[in-house]
Ligand binder design. Structure first.
Ligand SMILES: Cc1cc2nc3c(=O)[nH]c(=O)nc-3n(C[C@H](O)[C@H](O)[C@H](O)COP(=O)(O)OP(=O)(O)OC[C@H]3O[C@@H](n4cnc5c(N)ncnc54)[C@H](O)[C@@H]3O)c2cc1C
Length: 478
């Protein structure tokens, strides 16, 4: 039965209550369920059941491996809709998951048998010329944020993938091509609005603890972010890319190239980002720069990367937006099991582990990649430590383990490959992980993601969502 078809009497009642609701702020308690406890749609929120025509479209998240089916999806048009959805979930005793861009590796934006709050329609950006501040709703996709701000000559440093949501990315940290130059996405966050687990609408200008928590510790933990305000940076004029491939590598050769890359990254200018990506027996080193001309330090690094390369891409320089669009990635959902492979200070953290891990990655069972990304630079600013829940600033590198496949029957194999390699990292002492690259199998995920900040996040959880309405397998516990 469609929840969007209303009896005329109910429609009139709803319109009446909407007219009232329009004038009532934060703490109103609208009626969002009928007498038989069925959710009632209105212009703030559309409730979809499994047999509704649009259900599957809204249920879909980026990772096809995740097959969870919420009992009901609340497609929200505005903050009031989010409040109504939370109040309905409380009344119906349903756990709540929240989806902005739907890119959670582990599907933490959905659940089986609960209520999914879908914010994909809440995606509007606004820019204030005078203050250079961007206000954006969480469902905005990164490519739209980049494109919108570029029209004003501005930039919000964020990730590279076009279809990732601004909501999830920011709340877990957010790094990419520009993080060494300007800091994390969450370092640019200066205000949030949030509907908490009780249905109250809060503003971080009245509660600095909320802003602190949303800078790296806010993914589906204690409320639904409905709006974010960011300071912005000048958009670079150009974006340059360099790429080197090294083929048919033995595990030992791949390890040696890792040692060289880690060494070269010590002098990497902060305008640059680099990734070391091992795919089977092939290594790709990617390097990008927002500086229009390479510095002397960068020229030395580029020259050294040529040694041993089997394929060197002609360096490419584009106008800024065109340049980053080259790295926008696929936008169609796919099957994958990707996880954080940990934070590292440098090569020494991996020296003893890499030969065996490279050997495992070279085994042809499944497309498996280890990608190591540069951090450091402006991320590692001690002055920012007390401003954000993000706890891993001192690490210079972040690893990501990725497996991609075509059929659901390969899921178990993919999970097994990742489990085995992740076990090697864990046995080698790699303990800190990126919250935005979750792995449901990480033990002690509380400290792995949040370090010493976990108890402080728990205190906020107890205040904003004491009944644990908003939850997923690795949400902050009450
Ligand atoms: C292809 C791909 C490329 C990526 N590239 C990068 C990258 O370059 N840099 C980087 O840092 N990360 C990257 N990531 C990781 C990405 O940052 C996380 O997956 C992020 O959480 C996705 O946000 P989302 O809104 O798209 O996802 P969702 O699945 O909608 O949400 C992710 C998490 O955030 C929570 N959440 C979402 N919206 C809200 C909200 N409004 N209020 C409260 N909680 C909310 C959810 O509960 C969930 O736990 C990438 C991921 C993928 C799949």
């Amino acid at each position: 039965m469609s929840t969007t078809l209303l009896h005329p009497a109910r429609r009139k009642f709803l319109l009446d209550s909407l007219a009232i609701a329009a004038s009532i702020p934060a703490f109103y308690h609208p009626i969002s369920a009928s007498a038989d406890n069925a959710a009632v749609s209105n212009s703030n929120v559309r409730f979809l059941l499994r047999n509704d025509a649009d259900y599957l479209k809204h249920r879909q998240i980026f990772n096809k491996r995740i097959t969870a089916m919420p009992k009901i999806i609340a497609v929200c048009a505005n903050e009031k809709g989010v409040q109504e959805a939370i109040l309905y979930a409380r009344q119906a005793n349903l756990p709540v998951a929240v989806k902005s861009g739907g890119h959670s590796f582990e599907g933490f934006s959905t659940n089986d048998g609960g209520l999914m709050i879908d914010l994909s329609g809440m995606n509007m950006p606004r820019y204030d010329q005078a203050s250079k501040v961007l206000t954006v709703q969480p469902g905005a996709k990164l490519e739209n944020v980049y494109g919108f701000l570029n029209m004003h000559g501005r930039l919000l440093p964020a990730g590279s993938c076009a279809s990732v949501g601004a909501g999830g990315l920011t709340l877990g940290g957010g790094y990419g091509f520009f993080a060494r130059q300007y800091g994390l996405t969450c370092d640019h966050l200066q205000r949030v609005r949030l509907v908490d687990g009780k249905g109250n609408l809060l503003d971080s200008k009245d509660d600095p603890e909320l802003l602190w928590a949303c800078k790296g510790g806010g993914n589906g933990n204690f409320g639904i972010i409905t709006e974010m305000e960011f300071k912005t940076q000048p958009a670079p004029a150009t974006f340059s890319g360099y790429r080197y491939k090294y083929r048919n590598l033995t595990p030992e050769a791949a390890t040696q190239l890792a040692e060289r890359w880690f060494g070269l990254m010590k002098t990497l200018p902060n305008t640059c980002y680099s990734a070391w990506v091992l795919n089977g027996k092939q290594l790709t080193v990617l390097l990008t720069d927002t500086n229009p001309t390479p510095t002397a330090e960068l020229k030395i690094i580029l020259a050294k990367l040529k040694t041993g390369a089997s394929d060197i891409m002609t360096p490419r320089q584009d106008q800024f937006l065109t340049g980053i669009q080259r790295y926008r990635g696929g936008t169609e959902p796919m099957y994958f099991k990707n996880v954080s492979a940990g934070y590292y200070n440098g090569f020494n953290d991996l020296k003893a582990l890499l030969p065996a891990i490279c050997k495992k990655i070279a085994a042809p069972k499944m497309t498996t990649l280890l990608q190591i990304n540069t951090l450091g630079g402006a991320i590692n600013n001690p002055a920012l430590e007390s401003t954000a829940a993000y706890p891993h600033r001192k690490f210079g590198f972040l690893g990501e383990l990725q497996t991609y496949y075509d059929k659901p029957t390969q899921t178990k194999d993919a999970e097994q490959v990742v489990r085995e390699i992740q076990g090697m990292f864990a046995a080698g002492g790699i303990k800190a992980h990126y919250r935005n690259y979750p792995d449901v199998e990480i033990k002690a995920w509380e400290t792995a993601y949040y370090g010493a900040n976990y108890p402080r996040l728990q205190a906020l959880k107890r205040k904003l969502d004491p009944d644990n309405v908003i939850r997923h397998p690795q949400s902050v516990r009450v």
